[in-house]
Design a protein around this ligand. Sequence first.
Ligand code: PEP
Ligand code: MG
Length: 544
Amino acid sequence: MGERALRGVSAAPGVAFGRAVVLDRSAALDAKVIAHSDRPAELERARDSLRLVATELEQIASGLRDAGRHEEADIIETSIMMVGDPGLDAAVEGLVMQSGRTAATALHEATEESAQQLAQLADPVLAERADDVRSLGRRAAARASGVRAGVVSGILIAGTLGPADVAEIAMNAKGVALAGGGVTAHAAIVARSLGVPMVVGIGAGVLDVEDGEEVVLDGERGVLFRQPEPARVAAARAEAERRRLARQHAVASRLEPAQTKDGHRLRVLANAASVAEVVEALEQGAEGVGLLRTELLFLDSQAWPAQAQQATFLGLILAPLTGRVATIRLLDFGGDKTPPFLRGATSRGIELLLEAPEALKAQLAAIVGAGAEVKLRILIPMVTSPAQVRAVRQALSAILAGRPSPEVGAMIETPEAARDASEIAKVSDFLSIGTNDLTQLVLGLDREHSKSAPVTDARVMRLIDKTVRAAHAAGIVVDVCGESASDAVAMPILVGLGVDELSVAAARVGEVRQWIRGLDFAASRADSERWLLDQPADAAGKRL
Ligand code: PEP
Ligand code: MG
């Protein structure tokens, strides 16, 4: 049989060749019945997986205790107790021994059932444990399928994956192909951030790929090739090697300053939502985190995330950042990041959070508690007025009760905020320009479906210019954390406009630092000024 193309949608660029590791054959597995004679061994495999997960969690918990993070360790230990729950064990035993389910399917089904029971409880704290149980099930099922944490070295194939799964399991994977999922799904954001090629929406047929089968994943065109032709394999290998060398170069240059040829220093930070991204960013020389998208951790939540739950996640993500800048953005729910409990809500970002003062308080308390060892900055999403910044400061000061305050910054990502940047700058310690939303909102595009984001449109750049001037007039720094900060065309213009910090996907940190070393700041300044002057007042979409 010749080469066969399974088409999906590109979710993260890059081309990879490798052996398929089929993580979740749910459709196929449901149909598969284990022979009676094999069931005891299958049950033992399921139990071994649960024991392995318990050991992994114990290691995480003891690491947290060693770091003095007792509250977070307590929470992880609750998860360990769930793994050892006799009810779970009995459910798994029934599914394997009586129904002949495979270990992975039994673990999935048993944990899903417990999760659904928990989700129905009236107590929101208990209901939140549903996500933890699902995550345990995924983790144990992965172990039962032979996938060890961080050691997937082939092309990972699954039905769907959550962002934590991508961050952990796919950390060393060559690529990810999913039957479901979407380009804007948070798993895709994490894959892009880690530089892992990813194709989503291929359909259930992808789960028929055999474990160990050689495939080529083309993350540029959104295709998975079975029985790939030799020329395709050779091209994929060459592309993977090019990316490997680029990363090696980035890591080798991580101590070189992010400084232009004429000595102008910039700070390169990373956008992150997982430990894996933070670690990768630091390896590539990031000075810290410029945007921690906290909402991505809670997109499946049934209620506003509790303080202790947030503290656990933050504790893990901030651990590698001791002594460095960690910019934690307040929950930016709404739009394409709406969890089940907020369905139908029309507000977004800080507006939504200010409508739920207890949730704001819980998050601020979690951030202040978890951020003791980092240079903490709190970032407010979707700001539209200075009053919102003042409201956050007020809530924060109640929590701090006289202790020194972390810096508080506003995201400038709405046209209203950009126009009012001077007033917002006066009440902020720093500004961060979110060019993803700003571009879409200024140009009236749909973020989820539009294929391009022409940040170099003069209408957007003028607002960025205005924001930079407003920040500097107020004596505060200004950062760009949208994808334009790592766009080869936009980035030099941003530097020329005087942006102080660029916050980019972890996998892009090294490259952006290298670009900065190739720039001449005086020339970039002159180019950006001339470029803005050259644009007609209503110029649309013109590129350099
Ligand atoms: C942005 O809008 O540019 C931004 C960084 O925020 P997010 O992509 O998380 O909406
Ligand atoms: Mg945004």
